[in-house]
Design a protein around this ligand. Structure first.
Ligand code: NAD
Length: 499
């Protein structure tokens, strides 16, 4: 019998009523382990109603009480990391150490949000005019929603909910239907931490639930992370319905390797960033741009490292790389590798089963693939593959490499490998990408900065988490205040001036 994964409404697990479900698999075995409820618009409406009522109370909670709940949640998350990591691995497939890594990066956002009393401090100007003071405050929006992708079932929800809740909102999470259990574990921890019912809800679902959130009049803001076509749709639909929207999309992250780079360090970084989590990270490196003569040496060094990676069940501590999320996705990646080969790329290492790759027969596995001499017109270059495939593009000069990066529609992350500080600084100045690593291949900003790409990697003008997250989940208000002596009160029809 498969388990039924349901919603979390008003502080408890709540069975769905739609009669529609979606299968959940263990990607390492290929076996279906559960079914997840898919909510109707009416079920979404019921969740929003509960959340709206709870939000009215929660915004009254003192900053120290909210901070105390966040501290308690932080402790629970920390203490139960291994349990949560096992849940992530069982439904996503990433190796346990990677799942622990994701939780610890999410935890950073909780730690940031514990500082909410400091983060919500406004400005104060005494005597802006004679006897007049002016000050600013930030207030919660009410009910906000987060719609999240399969690839970070813990970290991405924490990017959103920690700040949304700390700033006094009720948060409704619509996780990916591919790995929905981690969201319920988080809900349980929030409840144990003392968060009032209705402030963190989980509504399981697909497009129907998402569409219901996007048009619901009581949802004030939507945070989304996922693929670019859906991000664009979320942004357009949400804003057309009067909501604040931040919608993060897909990526094609380039790593530029200058001729002076340390080859071993660059190859280690390329392998870690391209094949970690089987390439299913929005900050994975999927293109290495080798400048000048360094190309052959770099390709050789990367290729030499790949046979040493152990591919298998992520629950096994000796595994380096787990499976892909579904059989359909695995087959799509196989199709890209074939297209790359047909269009003239050199297949240096072929990860396709049947082409020499040593991968388990069960489950949604694919080996590591390294393609050389990729050009910018090939589909392996233009499209986000989201699998363990690294494309090497050759460039003669820095300027040519920069043009390649800046011409790509995606602009999430990028990295440069060099020993030349001046060259790195020039790259940081020139490159049109939201997050830049200098000898750092996966430059995910720490929680006290904000995360976001440019161009087709982000729709909206606010990046995720950190200071921008606090602003996203609050509205500014400015108060101009005078406490005059009634004896001095007069009528004055002139426009108020500062005197
Ligand atoms: P996805 O876009 O398929 O799904 C994301 C969410 O949208 C899920 O909750 C899903 O249920 C919902 N959804 C899917 N189709 C929908 C539709 N037609 N209408 C309404 N809602 C819909 O993304 P995914 O496959 O879960 O995740 C992988 C993608 O996410 C990759 O493109 C990756 O680059 C991207 N991603 C980006 C970042 C970032 O920070 N920019 C971070 C993580 C993942």
């Amino acid at each position: 019998m498969t388990t039924l994964i349901s919603h979390w409404i008003d502080g408890r697990t709540t069975a769905g009523t739609s009669g529609r479900t979606s299968p959940v698999y263990n990607p390492a075995t290929g076996v279906q382990t559960a079914e997840v409820d898919l909510a109707t618009a009416a079920e979404v409406d019921a969740v929003v109603t509960k959340a709206a009522a709870a939000a009215i109370q929660w915004r009254q909670a003192s900053l120290s009480r909210r901070s105390a709940v966040l501290f308690a949640f932080r402790e629970l998350l920390h203490a139960r990391t291994d349990e949560l990591a096992a849940i992530v691995t069982a439904e996503h497939g990433k190796v346990l150490s990677d799942a622990v890594g994701e939780i610890s990066r999410g935890l950073e956002n909780v730690e940031f949000a514990t500082g909410v009393p400091q983060l919500l401090k406004g400005g104060f100007s005494e005597q802006a005019s004679t006897g007049v003071d002016v000050y600013s405050i930030r207030q919660p929006l009410g009910v906000v929603a987060g719609i999240t992708p399969f690839n970070f079932p813990v970290m991405v929800p924490l990017w959103m909910c920690a700040n949304a809740i700390a700033t006094g909102n009720a948060f409704i999470l619509k996780p990916s239907e591919k790995d929905p259990s981690a969201a319920l574990f988080l809900a349980q921890l929030w409840a144990e931490a003392g968060l009032p019912d209705g402030i963190f809800s989980v509504v399981q679902g697909d497009k129907e639930a998402v569409d219901a959130l996007l048009v619901h009049p009581d949802i004030a803001a939507v945070s989304f992370v996922g693929s670019t076509p859906i991000a664009r749709y979320i942004y357009e639909t949400g804003t057309a319905n009067g909501k604040r929207v931040q919608a993060l999309g897909g990526a094609k992250n380039h790593m530029i390797v200058l001729p002076d780079a340390d080859i071993d360090m660059a190859a280690d970084a390329a392998v870690s960033a391209a094949y970690g989590a089987a390439g299913e990270r929005c900050m994975s490196i999927s293109v290495a741009v080798a400048i000048g003569d360094i190309g052959d040496e770099l390709v050789e060094a990367i290729a030499a490292r790949l046979p040493k990676l152990t591919i298998g069940n992520g629950a096994d501590p000796d595994t380096d790389m787990g499976p892909l999320i579904t059989a359909v996705h695995r087959d799509r990646v196989v199709g890209y590798i074939a297209e790359g080969a047909e269009s003239g790329a050199t297949v240096v290492v072929d990860g396709r089963p049947g082409y020499g790759a040593d991968v388990p027969a069960d489950g949604f596995f694919l080996g590591t693939t390294l393609l050389d001499n990729v050009t910018t017109g090939m589909s392996v270059y233009t499209d986000e593959i989201f699998g363990p495939v690294l494309s090497v593009v050759r460039a003669d000069t820095y300027e040519q490499a920069l043009r390649i990066v800046n011409s790509n529609q995606y602009a999430n992350g990028t990295a440069i490998f060099t020993r030349d500080g001046g060259a790195a600084r020039q790259f940081q100045f020139d490159v049109e990408v939201g997050m830049v690593g200098i000898n750092v291949p996966i430059p995910v900003p720490v929680a006290y900065y904000s995360f976001g790409g440019w161009k087709a990697s982000l729709f909206g003008d606010t990046h995720m988490y950190g200071p921008e997250g606090i602003n996203f989940y609050t509205r500014g208000k400015v108060v101009t205040s005078r406490w005059p002596d009634p004896a001095t009160s007069t009528v004055d029809l002139g426009f108020p001036r500062t005197r």
